[in-house]
Design a protein around this ligand. Structure first.
Ligand code: BDR
Ligand code: CA
Length: 314
């Protein structure tokens, strides 16, 4: 059984990623920690509870984490994810915040990983604020992880938020810097360009959302807005399909054979620069004098991905 801990800024594509993990065989989700990002951390918590209710997994504990970046900046992506983060398609029966655990997300990450040393894979699909705070509180944490999977950063300086900034890294560059430099564990990166090259064709999305299930009806409702936005402009060179970026990172954590080709390089994050703050640095020349190398995903089995995505809404 794979043990996963998900750190999310639940958003529509985070919701898809959570559903993919919930549907995966031989995967146990030990908890879901919430962080600011696509919407407020309170909305993120509510959205995760709603996803869990839809998937009939209300017992998975949900923890509230950082409401702002390390420097105290709040972001948000209302245009894409809606004001509530889930496409502004509310559900009157959605659970409220009383279901959130009392323990905060950072303490929960430290406690759960320490209780299961060497067994937990941490999957981060939002800004990395919780993870950065966690390693400052417990520097032994990375050494006790089985793996770290991150959706974020970029390899060809292509931004989706600023000219050179991918959303999750640009939302908290200091946190991304801390995580890429202090988590000296097996780290897997699903960067923005990689996700652009691995889109789900729109015809697939029609079949995916057309399944006769409550989960598919839920996804069709919350996804409508971002699907329309993506068809107009995906932020990638072309808009021929949907970029379920958070699901790609999660699929890698769920199935070891999903990634078929990757690069290994030292990585870091640019913290200054007029246009480059938040941009990921790939040290192909080895000039940063870092021994730790991250695994940068290049190719994946898209047939497997489609199968996992279909199963997520069954
Ligand atoms: C990332 O930013 C967010 O909008 C998405 O949820 C994803 O995690 C893509 O850059
Ligand atoms: Ca996300």
């Amino acid at each position: 059984m794979k043990k996963l801990l998900l750190d999310v800024d639940c958003g529509v594509d985070d919701a898809q990623a959570i559903m993919l993990a919930l549907a995966a065989p031989k995967v146990e989700i030990l908890g879901i920690t919430c962080v600011h990002g696509n919407t407020t951390v309170e909305n993120v918590c509510k959205n995760v509870l709603r996803v869990l209710q839809t998937c009939k997994k209300p017992k998975i504990p949900v923890y509230k984490g950082a409401a702002k970046s390390i420097l105290g900046i709040k972001v948000g992506d209302e245009n894409f994810h809606g004001k509530d983060g889930l496409g502004d398609a509310p559900d009157a029966n959605a659970p409220g915040l009383e279901k959130i655990q009392e323990e905060n997300a950072v303490s929960a990450i430290i406690r759960i990983v320490n209780k299961n040393p060497g067994e937990v894979s941490l999957v981060a699909t939002g800004p990395l604020t919780n993870l950065a705070l966690a390693v400052r509180m417990d520097p032994t944490l990375p050494g006790k992880l089985k793996g770290l999977y991150i959706m974020g950063g970029n390899t060809e300086s292509r931004g989706n938020t600023t000219v050179c900034g991918e959303f999750n890294f640009a939302a908290d560059p200091e946190a991304a810097y801390v995580v890429l430099n202090d988590y000296q564990c097996e780290t897997h990166l699903a960067c923005w360009e990689f996700t652009c090259y691995n889109k789900l064709p729109w015809e697939f999305c029609d079949d995916w959302l057309g399944q006769d299930s409550n989960k598919a009806r839920f996804m069709a409702k919350i996804f409508r807005r971002s699907m329309e936005e993506s068809k107009k402009n995906s932020g990638c060179p072309d808009s021929t399909g949907f970029i379920s970026c958070d699901s790609l990172a999660t699929a890698a954590a769920v199935d070891d054979s999903f990634v078929t080709e990757s690069d290994r390089y030292p990585v870091s994050v640019e913290l200054a620069g007029t246009h480059t703050r938040g941009m990921m640095i790939v040290d192909t020349l080895g000039l940063l004098n870092k021994t730790h190398k991250a695994c940068i995903m290049k190719k994946v089995d898209m047939k497997k991905f489609e199968t996992m995505m279909m199963a997520a809404l069954k």
